[in-house]
Design a protein around this ligand. Structure first.
Ligand SMILES: Nc1nc2c(ncn2[C@@H]2O[C@H](COP(=O)(O)OP(=O)(O)OP(=O)(O)O)[C@@H](O)[C@H]2O)c(=O)[nH]1
Ligand SMILES: [Mg+2]
Length: 266
């Protein structure tokens, strides 16, 4: 990952999402509703917060800063969503921030008492970015209900760090901050488990992703964009134009077909 790439990613992020020029790292907090994202956010940032609306949306935006080992970290509290498939303005904000904002780290806050439902969202984030940490929150509540989670095994299976926390009483938050710092600074490099689709889909993903290289270069996860196009989620094209420039796609792109026509990318 070259310097130019990093600079352009930060420029897009700051121009469109958060105005925090002094920060060394930008970290997203994502997850299903009611998993404790805002509790983690408040515990880490204290009173140093900014709130308002996301540009062009009536969805609340909140970001704040904290310092760790000499670094200024900007934490962005994303709206709670069950998926990243843009069925609502909240999902679009969360998806666009994680994908096009390219934060240095994305923390997915998960409710340890209903892990199965939450894991679906974790896998979706891991498909977009390897720089993912799973914050296994409400671990106190899980303990109370006699739910035991082998988080080390979970970490091995997922290929991303899993940090157990009880954000309401501060448990695990130092380890979370330390893991954020090590991931953002490149000391740890997660290797998320990739979902494999059936052969015909994998072949189409490969072909589309190859066509996306001239457009997206070393930016943005091309496999993930290809998957969205195969699903017919053409809102990603609007987002690519919005965040990466309006000339990115040729005008004759055929909206509404089952599979995007080859040759539609510059
Ligand atoms: N027992 C326990 N309760 C927690 C913990 N973290 C958060 N909560 C509680 O869970 C509820 C939801 O917390 P929030 O921080 O508002 O959750 P959120 O993910 O920001 O919710 P949305 O923004 O609506 O998606 C609140 O009542 C918190 O006090 C925790 O670690 N343990
Ligand atoms: Mg919240």
């Amino acid at each position: 990952m070259g310097l130019t790439y990093q600079r352009s990613a930060k420029r897009v992020l700051r121009a469109n999402f958060v105005n925090s020029p002094a920060s060394d790292y930008i970290v997203a907090l994502a997850g299903n509703p009611n998993t404790g994202k805002s509790t983690v956010f408040n515990a880490l940032t204290g009173l140093k917060q900014h709130t308002g609306n996301w540009p062009g949306k009536t969805v609340i935006q909140a970001y704040g800063n904290y310092r760790y080992k000499g670094k200024m970290i900007t934490l962005v509290d994303l709206p709670g969503t069950y998926s990243l498939f843009t069925n609502s303005p909240e999902e679009e904000v969360a998806r666009d921030f994680i994908c096009f904002g390219e934060p240095d780290v994305t923390i997915v806050v998960v409710d340890a008492t209903c892990l199965e439902r939450n894991l679906n969202f974790v896998l979706q984030v891991m498909e977009i970015t390897p720089k993912t940490i799973m914050c296994l929150n409400l671990i106190d509540e899980a303990r109370r209900r006699n739910i035991h989670i082998d988080y080390k095994k979970l970490q091995d299976k997922l290929g991303v760090p899993v940090i157990p926390t009880a954000a309401r009483n501060g448990e695990g938050l130092n380890q979370l901050k330390d893991t954020v710092n090590r991931l953002a600074s490149g000391l740890i490099c997660p290797n998320p488990r990739q979902l494999r689709y059936e052969d015909s889909i994998e072949k189409t993903i490969e072909e589309l992703a190859a066509e996306l290289i001239p457009t997206l270069q070393d930016r943005i996860n091309k496999r993930w964009i290809a998957l969205r196009l195969i699903e017919g989620d053409y809102s990603v094209i609007a987002s690519i134009k919005k965040y990466l420039g309006s000339s990115t796609f040729k005008e004759e792109f055929e909206y509404g077909t089952d599979t995007p026509r080859m040759g539609c990318f510059k």
